[in-house]
Design a protein around this ligand. Structure first.
Ligand SMILES: [Zn+2]
Length: 241
C-alpha cells in the first residue's frame, strides 16, 4: 500500500481503490494520503467520497497488521464501500496542517534541548516532549531559541538511509526508548536546514516544508516528572504575559 504522505505531506486528496474491509469495519485502500497514528502523531480524520457523492466519514486512522497497512476507521453508521470501488480521499486538512506544524515544532525543540527523548505526543493545540534531563531550564529562553529556528525559515527535506547506515551512526537517533522501525529496509530521515545543518532524525511522520510555517509557538510549561525527566509543553501563539 503506497503511503502517499511519506512523499508529499501536503497531499490532502487522492484517489484510491478499496482492497479490503476488515471485520471491525476498517477500510483498506490500494494507496492512501491518510496518516495512521504512529510515533506520537495522531492519525488523520476526514472522509472518503463515493462516485455518487456520498461521504464515508473517517473517525480515525490506525496501522493494521504491519506498519505499512493503513486502516481507515469509519464513524458509526456510515455507508460501506464495495471491494474494488473507487473513492476520492479527503483528509481534514486544517487539523492535519496544525499537527504538521506541531510535529515540526517538536523536532525544533529537540534541537534546542539536545537531550535523549523519552516520550512525545503531538496534538492540535498542545504537544509534549519528555526529555531525560536533570537541569533546570528557563522556558522563555527555550521559546526564544525555538522562535529563532522558526524565523530562520530553514528548509525541511527527506533522505532515505539503509538500516546498515543507521547501525553505523547510532548517534543520529534521539529517542531513548523508541527505536526506528527495523526490518522494512530503508529508513527515512527528516532533515532540517541546508544539508541537514540544523538536524536530521529518523521519522515517518508529516512535517511542514519550511520552519517558518510552524508559526508563533511558545513553551507553555516545563514539568518535572521525576529526578531525571522533564516534560515540555509546546503551544501555538505568543507566550501569555
Ligand atoms: Zn517527525
Amino acid at each position: 500500500m503506497p503511503l502517499l504522505f511519506l512523499k508529499d505531506a501536503y497531499l490532502s486528496t487522492a484517489e484510491a481503490l478499496v482492497t479490503g474491509i476488515r471485520a471491525d469495519g476498517g477500510i483498506l485502500l490500494h494507496q492512501t494520503c491518510f496518516y495512521a497514528t504512529s510515533g506520537g502523531q495522531p492519525g488523520d480524520t476526514g472522509f472518503l467520497e463515493r462516485a455518487n457523492g456520498e461521504k464515508i466519514m473517517i473517525a480515525a486512522t490506525v496501522t493494521g497488521d504491519t506498519k505499512a497497512e493503513i486502516v481507515h476507521l469509519p464513524a458509526p453508521g456510515q455507508p460501506m464501500p464495495e471491494i474494488g470501488e473507487q473513492l476520492v480521499l479527503h483528509i481534514d486538512w486544517d487539523r492535519r496542517y496544525k499537527l504538521m506544524r506541531m510535529h515540526t515544532a517538536c523536532h525544533l525543540l529537540s534541537v534546542v534541548c539536545p537531550y535523549p527523548i523519552t516520550g512525545a505526543s503531538v496534538g492540535e493545540e498542545d504537544s509534549r516532549v519528555d526529555f531525560d534531563m536533570s537541569e533546570t531550564i528557563d522556558k522563555a529562553e527555550v521559546t526564544a531559541k525555538l522562535m529563532d529556528l522558526v524565523n530562520g525559515n530553514h528548509p525541511i527535506s527527506y533522505t532515505w538511509i539503509s538500516e546498515a547506515e543507521l547501525e553505523a551512526n547510532p548517534g543520529i537517533v534521539k529517542s531513548k526508548n523508541v527505536r526506528p522501525p527495523r526490518g522494512q529496509g530503508n529508513i527515512r530521515l527528516v532533515c532540517i536546514g541546508e544539508n541537514s545543518s540544523i538536524d536530521s532524525q529518523p521519522c515517518g511522520g508529516t512535517h511542514v516544508s519550511e520552519t517558518a510555517e510552524v508559526g508563533q509557538i511558545h513553551i507553555g510549561k516545563i514539568e518535572k516528572k521525576g529526578k531525571e525527566n522533564r516534560r515540555f509543553r509546546i503551544r501555538f501563539g505568543p507566550a501569555p504575559e
